[in-house]
Design a protein around this ligand. Structure first.
Ligand SMILES: [Zn+2]
Length: 525
């Protein structure tokens, strides 16, 4: 018996030591990640709103960390990529727009509508603007759908429902796998192309994927847009914004028209936009400020394919200081969104240096500004990239990666389009995990972060979400994403479960490294 014990001890000893070593490393990694997240999401960083004093603090912190890790600046010797933005704070005079039709009504600021402009002006006035109900506000020839057929919306305010017909009828568009036509940004772009003066996106909590508070909190002050010095943004929509369903009901009531019937008609092929025969008196005071904000990026030079790159990104901005919640907390710390991802970005950079063989393609570690207000930093980056877009093999975007419980599976959106599919399957298999390709994009999540600006330019990207096949169901994530999204309670806690987060970061990192080392850049199918 004694002999057996000794034998066992000898046999077990090396395995035990190795396990202990791995465990220590994991603990160190966890401690490092927690430290970054805790720091970045602390009140000291004030919710990281661009063009506030907190911007400088945030971007300097990121650069300091990048320097300490050994990265090199990515923009011709500079860490910073400055660009001009306009911040507008808009207030309808009297907190309302007066509307006249068969009856009179008023749209109340923040309750019925949330409106703003990107124009550099002190006042927006649209006396007696006509309002046109445009269904989803979509012109999509490939889906044989045009809500603007036969109507002139020049100089008018259009109402466009959020999402798209496929959300309501699986035989239309791509069913619940939402296309870009369902996004509110598309609606604004299309309204501008049609020459409309304004565009109000009709909110619906289910179809939008988020509640009215997101529409209000995100736009209450300092609405941001890229600023073009040549035009002074005079070609931007005079007003854009969100319309609450109850506001829209008021308009239909004033018009003497049937709201429900209009919504139903708009979901069917052959719908035609129509005027509500209302005159809306838009009179809005605007305070604006043109300022500069910065993307930051560091890089690790590749070897034989160093003229090409893979971009890792994590936006650094969040919502700043805004409306207090019922605890009286007004700092939107954004611990999950997006301090967790900024930490992941630094973590990925650290891991890149620890690889025994240098990556073949150059790795760019980008922390883009102004994602929350419309993905402007990544848009600017994609128009002025450190490496040309056609030399950018993939974009690996970290977005709100923690906290997360460890799962056997991993959920992937955007699959079926490019060879990154194979890389993620391989990387997951190497972790003993499996991939669930999710073709339901009904909440539009695939379009809702920086990677999509890369996709628009032809750069492959996937969106990774935590799986559902939980390794330890007795220990559920205490901070589910939907309950903290864009609220002051998105704060770091020491009891954050980050085991799953580390696994997911490693997975995305591994996918990126595969893209950096493959003979050919991942191709589109
Ligand atoms: Zn985010």
């Amino acid at each position: 018996m004694k002999k057996l014990f000794v034998l066992l001890a000898v046999f077990l000893l090396p395995a035990f030591s190795a396990a202990q070593a791995v465990h220590t490393t994991l603990q160190q990694e966890e401690a490092l990640l927690r430290d970054w997240i805790k720091t970045i999401s602390s009140d000291e960083f004030g919710g990281r709103k661009p063009m506030t004093p907190y911007e400088e603090k945030t971007i300097n912190y990121m650069v300091d960390q990048m320097k300490a890790l050994g990265l090199k600046p990515a923009f011709n010797g500079s860490w910073f990529q400055p660009f001009k933005m306009i911040a507008t704070t808009c207030k309808p005079v009297g907190d309302k727009f007066r509307v006249k039709g068969k009856k009179k009504t008023e749209l109340i600021h923040k309750e019925d509508m949330m409106v703003w402009t990107a124009r550099a002006t002190d006042k927006v006035k649209l006396p007696s603007a006509e309002i046109v109900f445009c269904g989803f506000g979509i012109d999509a020839p490939e889906f044989n759908w045009n809500d603007f057929d036969g109507i002139d919306v020049k100089g008018k305010i259009i109402i466009a429902m959020v999402n798209e017909p496929g959300y309501y009828n699986s035989s239309l568009f791509r069913g619940k796998n939402m296309t870009y036509y369902g996004r509110w940004l598309y609606k604004f772009e299309q309204a501008k192309r049609m020459g409309a003066a304004g565009c109000l996106v009709l909110h619906n909590t289910e179809a939008a994927g988020y509640g009215w508070h997101v529409c209000v909190n995100g736009h209450i002050e300092s609405n941001l847009a890229l600023y073009d010095e040549d035009t002074n943004n005079s070609d931007a929509l005079a007003i854009k914004g969100w319309l609450h369903e109850k506001g829209c009901r008021k308009l239909f009531a004033a018009a003497g028209m049937d709201f429900e019937a209009a919504l139903e008609a708009a979901k069917k092929p052959g719908f035609k936009a129509f005027s509500l025969n209302l005159k809306c008196d838009v009179d809005m005071d605007v305070e604006y400020n043109i300022d500069q904000t910065c993307n930051v990026a560091g890089m690790i030079e590749g070897t034989d394919l160093k003229d090409e790159c893979v971009v890792f990104n994590a936006h650094w901005d969040h919502l700043g200081i805004g409306l207090p919640d019922d605890r009286g907390d007004s700092i939107y710390n954004g611990a999950s969104d997006n301090a967790s991802a900024m930490a992941a970005l630094l973590f990925a950079a650290k891991k890149s240096f620890e690889m025994p063989v240098k990556p073949r393609r150059t790795l760019i570690f980008l922390s883009a500004s102004s994602e929350e207000s419309g993905m402007f930093g990544s848009q600017y980056y994609c128009e002025h990239p450190a490496f040309p877009m056609e030399k950018t093999a993939a974009c690996i975007n970290f977005e709100s990666v923690g906290p997360a419980e460890l799962t056997h599976d991993i959920s992937v959106m955007g699959g079926g389009a490019c060879e990154l599919d194979n890389y993620i399957v391989e990387a997951a298999a190497a972790q003993g995990r499996y991939v669930f390709f999710k073709y339901d994009n009904s909440d539009g999540w695939f379009f809702r972060s920086d990677h999509f600006n890369f996709v628009k330019k032809g750069v492959p990207a996937l969106v990774i979400e935590n799986g559902k096949d939980i390794v330890d169901p007795s220990r559920p994530n205490k901070y589910p994403y939907k309950s903290i999204y864009h609220r002051p309670i998105d704060e770091y806690h020491d009891d954050w479960d980050i085991e799953g987060m580390i696994a997911n970061i490693n997975l995305m990192f591994s996918m990126g490294i595969r893209a950096a080392n493959s003979d050919k850049a991942p191709r589109w199918y």
